[in-house]
Ligand binder design. Structure first.
Ligand code: SAJ
Length: 408
């Protein structure tokens, strides 16, 4: 197999480059950000993830390389960001288009461009094919297009890279089979071949399915709150039914996947996405719900000063350092809109200063506040729960075993 150039060394591209290298492929990872490339070249990972350090060391042994330049070869895997446009809710393909253009500048005839980034259904037809055709290149001869949407979950990425099943969408079976054999060098699960459009749609609906189901749990939490019923107890009981599997309510849905991908469908099918839009709105309303709970507790205990409140967790979920679209950041934004400044924040995974009044030491943080709001269920808080025993605790993740705590 020839050299594989993985474009984009973020949360998806980097682990993918490393696992390919570990499994005997010759790999160069390319990123336009020279500080990421320099740091990787010096042997330092750019983010924390379970098992990634070991994988990194194994890939280095197999001579993985990093560069800011695109390499001349015939196999490219694109894992670049695919943000959405705030007003229209449609996908912004700018990074995908720019990466494809850069590939076309250097690639060999017969190149396979495999897009792993999540894209809205129709993106390849609408935006990618024209870029190639405008250059007078023939798709299917000069260039082969494929979509192999990533499926790995932050917190368990290395395991899931190996054991999750994969989808590969392509225009013809021959090229799909060739790329399947590349993915099979590290993927131990089923690799399903389909057309590009189906691969695009299946990826987006996987995340939308999860968003809708989390929204159901969050709506239940609100319903139960009005009647003072324990939502976790009713979910626990309901889930004993063989065909019921309700997810867990929480302070909101963060991350750059589940809180983003459903918007692609809303943007593209505005008249047909009633349920999906409602789910998005419910999940986006959760930080406000948490704020209401904080207000209730402050009133009950006659606490007037918001700086007596501490938010535990800045990451979007447990045991990761990724803060993209995190419910805590959403909540801080709301406080900011209401000119309510001074709330304190701590996250053991977030080592850089991101927000005002962010503590770097857990003990100092706890000493400074009267109310601790658990926004993220990191193992760290479970292990240090005793330190909260004299505090008022609002546990939005249902992980504290202390008595007399407040819940969602
Ligand atoms: N959450 C809840 N309640 C739950 C489960 C999750 O409130 O019961 C919240 C989390 O706290 C977090 C958000 O939802 O804020 C999303 O977390 P997640 O763990 O459900 O998923 P992500 O965003 O980390 O990763 C998802 C995964 N998709 C699915 O499970 C369908 C992953 O497999 C994808 O690869 C990833 O999106 C992606 O990159 O698309």
């Amino acid at each position: 197999m020839s050299l594989i150039n993985v474009i984009g060394l973020g949360y998806i591209g980097l682990p993918t480059a490393l696992i390919l290298a570990k499994n005997g492929n010759k790999v160069v990872g390319t990123d336009s950000n020279s500080s990421i490339v320099n740091s990787l070249t010096q042997g330092n990972l750019s983010f924390e993830e379970k098992g990634l350090q070991k994988l990194f060391e194994e890939a280095i042994e197999n001579e993985v390389e990093f560069s800011t330049k695109y390499k001349t070869t015939d196999t490219y895997i694109l894992a670049v960001p695919t943000p959405y446009i705030e007003e229209s809710k449609k996908l912004d393909p700018v990074y995908v288009i720019s990466a494809v253009n850069s590939v076309l500048d250097v690639c060999l005839k017969g190149t396979a461009i495999i897009i792993e980034s999540t894209i809205s259904p129709g993106t390849i037809d609408k935006f990618v094919r024209p870029v190639i055709e405008e250059r007078g290149l023939k798709i299917g001869e000069d260039i082969h297009l494929l979509h192999a949407p990533e499926r790995i979950i932050p917190g368990n990425m290395v395991y899931e890279l190996e054991y999750n099943s994969r989808t590969i969408g392509a225009d013809n079976l021959e090229i799909a089979a060739k790329i399947k054999s590349l993915y099979a060098t590290f993927c131990k699960s089923e690799i399903v071949l389909t057309d590009i459009r189906s691969a695009e749609m299946s990826k987006v609906i996987e995340n939308t399915y999860r968003d809708v189901n989390i929204a159901f749990a969050n709506e239940l939490a609100k319903i139960c709150r009005t009647d003072n019923i324990d939502v976790y107890e009713i979910i626990r009981i309901a889930n004993k039914h063989p065909r019921v599997n309700i997810l867990q309510p929480g302070p909101g849905v963060g991350g750059h996947c589940i809180s983003v991908d459903p918007w692609f469908l809303v943007g593209d099918y505005p008249d047909l996405t009633n349920l999906i839009l409602a789910a998005r709105k419910i999940n986006d309303s959760m930080p406000r719900h948490v704020l209401g709970r904080i207000r209730d507790i402050m009133r009950e205990h006659n606490i007037k000063d918001i700086s007596k409140v501490g938010l535990y967790g800045l990451a979007y979920k447990e045991n990761v350092d990724d803060t993209r679209e995190s419910p805590t950041l959403q909540l801080l934004e709301r406080l900011d809109e209401h000119l309510a400044f001074g709330v304190k924040v701590f996250d053991p995974f977030v080592k850089n200063r991101m927000v005002d009044h962010q503590f770097m030491n857990f003990e100092d943080f706890v000493n400074e506040v009267e109310i601790v709001v658990v926004m993220v269920g990191h193992d760290h808080i479970k292990e240090n729960i005793e330190m909260l025993k004299d505090k008022l605790v609002l546990d939005t993740k249902n992980i504290c075993l202390l008595e007399d705590i407040y819940k969602l």
